[in-house]
Write a protein that binds this ligand. Structure first.
Ligand SMILES: O=C(O)c1ccc[n+]([C@@H]2O[C@H](COP(=O)([O-])O)[C@@H](O)[C@H]2O)c1
Ligand SMILES: Cc1cc2nc[nH]c2cc1C
Length: 355
């Protein structure tokens, strides 16, 4: 067990308690009594069991406040031609989130969730209301400089933890992290390559849709950054500082703190996945509080899921970020909960002939 250092410069997390074993067993037993052939709801049964164990309650409660936090941040590497879009789009999309016109807004409404947007490191100005956790204007170009200073890394991790606390204290009972940041698939891929000991070519994807020349540039950037990142790969805070970014650090802090607070998380795609790898290093066992919503089209995401031993619920070729993939899967969690809560047992329904 560890605590925050006296000077607050290093994030340290208390030991993670696993989800509740008794509620898990009760949910398994309840599934056996419900009016369906044993195991016939497949993954939905596992999901329901997981939700019951996270809540320590069987049957589980329907989620009352599923909440998405979109972490927005720019990246110096965007200037190296590694994205199909310019950095300005980050701030423009933040404005779009705030007026409700983005995919995350639609997907949240569809799934009964609400959205919060946080400016962690957007290059430009954003409304004061979302900038209280801002760490800096854009993270460093990680192929040639550190993403962050040590103090900024600690501040970003602490921001993510504080945001998770704010949301849980405000009643959130299921958390989703989303991301928005032109260029962010590059540092995310670097972290994944460093933490899974993978060569650049096996991790580099098309991000927002780069062409072959862009893919070559991105591969070189990732290779250069990995030379600086690999020596610190065993130290998650140092890795975030050298080759990550403020948004990635904040998401990692958010995911780890959710586990500290025994709050389940639905994981999104590549960027959240990279942060999840870091969070699991910072707070071993945190992954037991997470479910992988989907497998992103980005090749690096499969490496993340494999390393965390998470089996994604959906594989829809999504590569948007924003938390959209997690929100696409949220109705499955709602269904898995309602099955345990609302289905009749064999006894109640007078259905006989159990196996
Ligand atoms: O989440 C994913 O799997 C994902 C995959 C590809 C792209 N994105 C989004 O696209 C942006 C980053 O792409 P890029 O090409 O600018 O690095 C950023 O805003 C992400 O949210 C997200
Ligand atoms: C328009 C746009 C929306 C996004 N949402 C997440 N990443 C994005 C990147 C672009 C370019």
């Amino acid at each position: 067990m560890s605590t925050v250092d006296a000077d607050g410069s290093k994030a340290a997390f208390p030991a993670i308690t696993p989800p509740d074993e008794q509620a898990r067993r009760q949910a398994v037993a309840r599934h056996a009594q419900l009016t369906k052939p044993a195991g016939s709801l497949g993954r939905l049964e596992e999901l329901g069991v997981w939700i019951a164990s996270c809540q320590g309650l069987c049957p589980p409660r329907p989620f009352s406040r599923p909440r998405v936090v979109v972490f927005a941040g720019d990246h110096g590497v965007a200037a190296e031609g590694v994205s199909a879009y310019p950095s300005e789009v980050t701030g423009q999309m933040v404005a779009n989130f705030l007026t409700g016109g983005a995919a995350v807004n639609v997907a949240a409404t569809n799934a009964g969730a609400t959205v919060r947007v946080v400016d962690i490191a957007v290059a430009g100005d954003t409304p004061e209301l979302i900038a209280s956790h801002k760490v800096r204007r854009g993270s460093g170009a990680v192929n040639r400089e550190d993403a962050l200073t040590e103090a900024e890394t600690a501040a970003a991790l602490a921001a993510g933890r504080a945001i998770a606390d704010e949301e849980i204290d405000g009643g959130a009972d299921l958390l989703i992290a989303g991301d928005m940041g032109i260029g962010n698939t590059t540092p995310a891929s670097i972290l994944i390559a460093a933490l899974t000991d993978t060569e650049p070519v096996a991790v580099v994807g098309r991000g927002t849709g780069i062409d072959d020349a862009g893919w070559m540039r991105k591969t070189v950037v990732i290779r250069d950054a990995l030379r600086r990142a690999r020596p610190v790969a065993s130290d998650p805070s140092a890795l975030l500082r050298v080759a990550g970014g403020a948004d990635l650090a904040a998401i990692a802090g958010f995911l780890a703190q959710a586990a500290v607070r025994r709050t389940p998380v639905l994981l999104d795609g590549l960027i959240v996945g990279a942060a999840a790898l870091i969070a699991e290093e910072l707070a071993p066992g945190a992954r037991h509080w997470w479910v992988a919503a989907h497998r992103s089209a980005e090749p690096g995401h499969a490496l993340v899921l494999n390393q965390l031993d998470l089996d994604p619920l959906l594989d829809l070729g999504l590569r948007l970020g924003e938390g959209s993939g997690a929100l696409a899967a949220l109705p499955l969690l709602t269904l898995a909960t309602r099955v345990l809560t609302e289905m009749a047992t064999f006894d109640e329904a007078g259905v006989t002939g159990t196996a």
